[in-house]
Design a protein around this ligand. Structure first.
Ligand code: HEC
Ligand code: HEC
Length: 384
């Protein structure tokens, strides 16, 4: 090698070291960049919930956390919220369908970022977080408690003084009010469960600042996966915005038979529960005199198209919350991508879902899409 060649090689080596090992580029077009920006910023600025007067209150958050872990909230001291919503698993669990006193029909959803939703539960049985929190307390297959037992529990014993400080003495309250107040403390705690910034967010924020050198740190494989997510995969049609969900209900082609002869009605059943519930934002238990947000429950209507639709899950933190879908039928993210890749058109019954069709992605494209999905979960998991 002559001297000039050596200098050129040395120059390239130095340049490569300065540019970093990958020396990657930003692959996205300007249009893809502007669409990427809509998936942030993260974490979102969420104010206190006006329907819950203890939302954001530090004492209520601590109280809610204690209640969440306390099996004494259940009828026989055997089950707490954390039995199914396991903190180390993103507040979900690894079994396909939840196990209460009997096997339940659905997978335990993650409670991470739960405060960002508009409807709660896979089928949207509630329009607010505290109303959703009292369902498992009362459900005979879960905590199986009742309002009167909770009132007795708050009257004396370890929680009496905290309850009284937050809400006033429980003896002044109807048992149903005690139940709602406990649910509001639980909700205050759950609102604090927010996932951190991921490598996707650092990419997205760098794009917003026009810092292409920093943006190029995001692996090219994840960038190609993001391009599929936005483009030919059409995933962003439903998985929109900072939490990667439009917050509404769709049929993603998951079989709806729970067992032969029994189907999960999905949103159709959720709307029935919602419209019969006294605990909506339009009801007497909201703390917001202006009833903000109640327009939604006032305007929903039930149609046959709601059968078999489920709420679009957030994709943040998804790497930690296998198995997937409302029935936990897909064991890992590879299976989810394979499901969309080869989706069964016969199975899709809702007229509006013509958006989904087999994607026929190559093996490399599948790997890229998975790299992108995993980049939504590489923040530090919340410790147990
Ligand atoms: C036996 C297991 C089990 C227990 C115990 C349990 N949950 Fe759940 N949780 C579930 C399942 C399953 C769902 C999905 C329900 C549905 O969609 O119908 C769920 C859904 C939720 C949701 C809705 C999440 C979302 O993304 O909209 C909230 C909030 C929630 N649970 C809070 C609680 C609280 C608070 C407790 C304790 C009082 C609790 N859960 C106890 C299994 C459980
Ligand atoms: C028509 C709307 C729609 C489109 C398009 C869509 N999804 Fe979904 N996605 C959903 C719904 C609804 C569910 C829940 C389905 C169920 O439980 O039955 C879901 C579930 C998921 C889950 C499981 C999350 C969990 O916690 O269980 C992942 C991962 C996912 N989708 C990724 C994708 C990807 C990747 C694409 C593109 C290839 C995509 N989705 C396209 C609506 C959609």
């Amino acid at each position: 090698m002559n001297r000039l060649c050596r200098i050129i090689v040395a120059f390239h080596l130095v340049a490569a070291i300065i540019a970093g090992p990958a020396a990657a580029d930003v692959l996205l077009t300007p249009e893809e960049i502007s669409r990427t920006l809509t998936h942030g910023p993260w974490p979102p600025a969420v104010g206190p919930d006006p329907s819950n007067r203890v939302s954001g209150n530090a004492a209520a958050i601590a109280f809610g956390e204690q209640l969440f872990h306390d099996p004494d909230l259940s009828r026989d001291g055997s089950i707490s919220c954390a039995t199914c919503h396991v903190p180390a698993r993103g507040f979900s669990e690894d079994r396909p369908r939840a196990m209460g006193r009997v096997a339940l029909d659905r997978n335990t959803p993650s409670l991470m970022n739960v405060g960002t939703h508009r409807w709660f539960g896979w089928a949207g049985d509630s329009d607010n977080l505290w109303a959703q929190s009292l369902l498992p307390i009362l459900n005979a297959d879960e905590l199986a408690s009742d309002a009167q037992s909770l009132k007795t529990m708050m009257a004396d014993g370890p929680y009496a003084s905290t309850y009284a400080q937050l809400f006033g003495p429980s003896s002044d309250h109807a048992s149903e009010t005690v139940l709602v107040n406990i649910a509001k403390a639980l909700a205050a705690y759950k609102e604090t469960l927010i996932t951190g910034q991921t490598s996707f967010d650092r990419f997205r924020d760098a794009l917003e600042l026009g810092d292409m050198a920093r943006a190029a740190d995001y692996p090219e494989s994840a960038q190609r996966g993001l391009q599929i997510f936005l483009g030919k995969g059409n995933c962003a049609f439903c998985h929109t915005g900072p939490a990667f969900t439009n917050g509404e209900f769709h049929d993603a082609g998951v079989p709806y038979f729970i067992e032969p002869g029994r189907v999960d009605p999905g949103r159709h059943g959720g709307l029935k529960a919602l419209l019969e519930s006294p605990f909506t934002l339009d009801g007497a238990f909201t703390d917001d005199p202006g009833k903000r947000g109640a327009w939604a429950v006032r305007n929903v209507r039930r149609t046959h198209l709601d059968f078999g639709k489920f709420r679009v899950p957030s994709l943040r933190g998804a790497s930690r919350t296998a198995p997937y879908m409302h029935d936990g039928s897909l064991p890992d993210l590879e299976s989810v991508v394979a499901h969309y890749n080869t989706i069964d058109m016969e199975r899709l019954h809702a007229d509006g879902e013509a958006i989904l069709m087999p994607l026929n992605l190559s093996d490399d494209e599948v790997d890229d899409l998975l790299a992108f999905l995993r980049s939504l979960s590489d923040d530090q998991p919340v410790a147990d």
